[in-house]
Design a binder for this molecule. Structure first.
Ligand code: HEC
Length: 280
């Protein structure tokens, strides 16, 4: 089994993702969903009947290697970069705020410009960053107050256990097609882009809106990182704009800037065509 196929296997069987218990379970679901016949037809055109799970992994592997399917780069923003589309005023304001180091500063992590060789922007710098997102109390594992999913420092990863500076760090995700998502951040704590934007804008200026209060009444900031939840300091948490404000300061982004950035994020959805939005 090669790397890519192995990677395709992981989310299918991870209890945190698709949660299939074993290959037989997955095969039954593939049959039930009507995928068995098309998989057999597509992956083994000669009619040879392989193991259904293996066929699914091969299909995912091929899908990921086919650039035009896996990353078609057909968003409105790609057309704009190619000089084939104009952004609306709102989208343009959103792009400017997204890239402004003093306001959104989003592009410092979610890279928005093509690479020197012309590679379309991936909207991630592939960095590992701690944003200190609030704990998601709907996750069953989190009913245990001593359990913390801290990304780079574990417990799922074990190569940096105990390196507290790495606790709470997660890979910067791409923002391509982000407007299609309904669950955001590594722990799924947010459900709308507006919530995500307001968190960026107000994490430090209005922390009481995002984190619970401890027994003494003080706000338990970064409550999903063990050290912070236990009264310590979460050393790794990012403090650059839009973060780094003091309680009571104005939010880093106002309501209009938030709206503008959400409009801009909408231009990152693949499958845009000039005809569909003609007349806008
Ligand atoms: C310091 C780097 C950094 C900056 C600046 C930053 N982000 Fe992020 N962004 C991240 C990381 C890391 C995550 C994932 C965090 C996690 O899951 O704990 C993330 C997650 C997101 C998500 C959720 C994506 C998903 O699929 O769950 C959105 C949307 C987003 N960022 C948009 C923005 C916008 C808009 C801005 C500017 C206002 C911005 N980000 C600024 C690093 C950054």
């Amino acid at each position: 089994m090669d790397g890519q196929r192995e990677q395709a296997r992981m989310p299918l069987f991870s209890p945190f993702e698709m949660g299939n218990t074993d290959p037989a379970d997955l095969a039954a679901r593939l049959e039930k969903a009507g995928y068995a016949a098309p998989l057999r037809a597509a992956v083994t055109p000669g009619g040879e009947h392989g193991d259904l799970v293996d066929l699914a992994l091969r299909a995912l592997d091929v899908f990921q290697q086919d650039g035009s399917l896996f990353h078609p780069y057909t968003s409105k923003y790609d057309a704009y970069l190619a000089g084939k589309a104009a952004l609306t005023e709102e989208e343009t304001r959103g792009l400017v705020a997204f890239e402004d180091p003093a306001r959104g500063n989003c592009a410092s992590c979610h890279v928005s410009r093509p690479g020197l060789d012309g590679t379309p922007p991936h909207f991630t710098d592939y960095g590992l960053i701690a944003l200190g997102v609030p704990r998601n109390r709907d996750i069953p594992a989190n009913t245990d107050p001593t359990y913390f999913d801290q990304g780079l420092c574990g417990p799922l990863r074990t190569d940096f256990t105990g390196v507290t500076d790495y606790c709470g760090r997660f890979r910067t995700p791409t923002l391509r097609n982000v407007a299609l998502r309904q669950v955001f951040m590594h722990n799924g704590v947010f459900h709308t882009l507006r919530q995500v934007m307001e968190f960026y804008a107000e994490r430090d200026s209005d922390p009481g809106k995002w984190y619970p209060r401890g027994a003494g009444g003080s706000v338990m900031k970064f409550d999903d990182i063990a050290a912070a939840a236990h009264g310590g300091v979460a050393e790794a948490v990012n403090q650059e704009p839009p973060f780094g404000r003091r309680p009571g300061d104005a939010p880093a982004l106002n309501a209009r800037e938030i709206q503008d950035i959400i409009a801009f994020l909408g231009t990152l959805t693949d499958g845009w065509s000039a005809k569909k939005t003609a007349g806008r």
